[in-house]
Design a protein around this ligand. Structure first.
Ligand code: GLN
Length: 395
């Protein structure tokens, strides 16, 4: 007799499809403006592109050292020293990965056992849930409370238990735009030290900031030895498709992370690593220009959304805006987002996809503003009709 068994592993059962990429596909079908998926539609700096071409011409075509090309690791270490006075040994504390996405899953696979608890602040970037599921870990969610998206310290404290292995922190934050303050990070750090837990911090938007300073939690007292800092080139150099990210961690953690990384991907694209090493030397004037241009984009979209009746939040960092959609009279954010891309031709991401407790995000939609000014203005024009279009449906 033939035994029938499910074809798919149980670990995939809880996964939902990426809502961000689903919205991108829907947008393509309706020929809309994609303010759903956060990827820039403008050029990367000439210097990084030239450096990539030079590396390919020089036949840097084979595997780099699995944990990263020495030139890139040296450049990353130098930049952490310069920016945050962090002591990062490129030989023992750095792993170059295929983007921050691989950095997060390789880190979790390396440090989390099945059944361990991982604290995740919500709303969260949609990967963190599936990442914990792949590891068999139990995510414990703590909300960032509206309107200011701050966590309640007591609630956070209650989320830590003897089984807590790690907390995932993301600052500047996707999707809220929060830049966590030093005092907030200090509360997280205290809990990590108290419980022997590791802070895994996704700092991919570290240079896209409008207010507040970026404080790597690794720089807080006693945290260097219990923090895994993740960042990458995607956002800073507008190269999300290059897949070059990195992990800074103490040597013992790095040793484990490198093994997972090696077996999962072998390494990040070799010529692009050389290019990112060059780009990291662009320095403060490049970073200031990046932040200034993003502020302009933020302000354009914010003003347009206010006019269109969306009640957008004003982010302190990263390139997303959460907007309240209550006044349009839709009961459900997903229905609203699908309707909006079809009728108005602008795609956003339904807010519920950033929450484990979906109801917390039912009144929200996320738009990204990592787009050219012309596209943002065109999106604003299209969204002006939202209220009028909505009235016809919900009346
Ligand atoms: N980080 C981007 C976002 O949140 C892109 C997500 C993705 O498609 N991987 O929109």
């Amino acid at each position: 007799m033939r035994v029938t068994r499910p074809a798919l592993a149980r670990r995939t059962a809880g996964f939902t499809e990426s809502v961000i990429r689903e919205m991108t596909r829907l947008n393509a079908r309706h020929g809309g403006i994609n303010l759903a998926q956060g990827f820039p539609d403008f050029a990367a700096p000439a210097e990084i592109k030239e450096a990539a071409k030079r590396a390919i011409d020089a036949d840097v075509n084979q595997y780099a050292i699995t944990w990263g090309a020495p030139s890139l690791r040296r450049a990353i270490a130098a930049s952490y020293r310069e920016l945050y006075a962090m002591d990062v040994d490129p030989e023992t504390m750095l792993t170059v990965t295929c983007g921050a996405t691989e950095a997060m899953i390789s880190t979790l696979l390396a440090i989390v056992d099945p059944g361990d608890e991982v604290v995740v602040l919500e709303p969260f970037y949609e990967n963190y849930g599936p990442d914990t599921a792949i590891c068999g870990a139990v995510p414990v969610y703590v909300p960032l409370r509206p309107p200011d998206n701050v966590f309640d310290p007591d609630e956070l404290r209650r989320a830590f238990s003897p089984r807590t292995k790690a907390i995932v922190v993301n600052t500047p934050n996707n999707p809220t735009g929060r830049v966590l303050r030093r005092d907030e990070l200090a509360i997280i750090a205290d809990l990590c030290r108290e419980h022997g837990a590791i802070a895994i911090t996704d700092e991919i938007y570290e240079h896209i900031r409008y207010d507040g300073e970026h404080v790597p939690i690794a720089t807080l007292p006693g945290m260097a030895e219990r923090t895994v800092t993740i960042s990458g080139a995607s956002k800073t150099f507008s190269v999300t498709g290059w897949r070059v990210g990195w992990i800074v961690a103490p040597p013992e953690l790095t040793a484990g992370i490198r093994k997972v990384h090696d077996f999962v991907t072998v390494g990040a694209p070799a010529p692009l690593q050389e290019a990112v090493a060059v780009a990291l030397a662009l320095g403060p004037s490049y970073r200031a220009k990046l932040a200034r241009e993003y502020r302009e984009r933020r302000d354009i979209l914010h003003a347009a959304l206010v006019v269109a009746g969306f009640s957008p939040s004003l982010p302190e960092g990263a390139y997303y805006m959460l907007c309240d959609i209550s006044r349009f009279g839709f009961p459900d954010d997903t229905a609203f987002a699908h309707w909006l891309v079809r009728e108005a031709g602008v795609a956003g991401v339904p807010g519920s996809s950033f929450y484990s407790r979906r109801e917390l995000g039912r009144h929200l939609i996320r738009f990204t503003f990592c787009k050219t000014e012309a596209l943002l203005r065109e999106a604003g024009e299209r969204l002006r009709r939202t209220e009028e279009l909505a009235r016809a449906v919900t009346r």
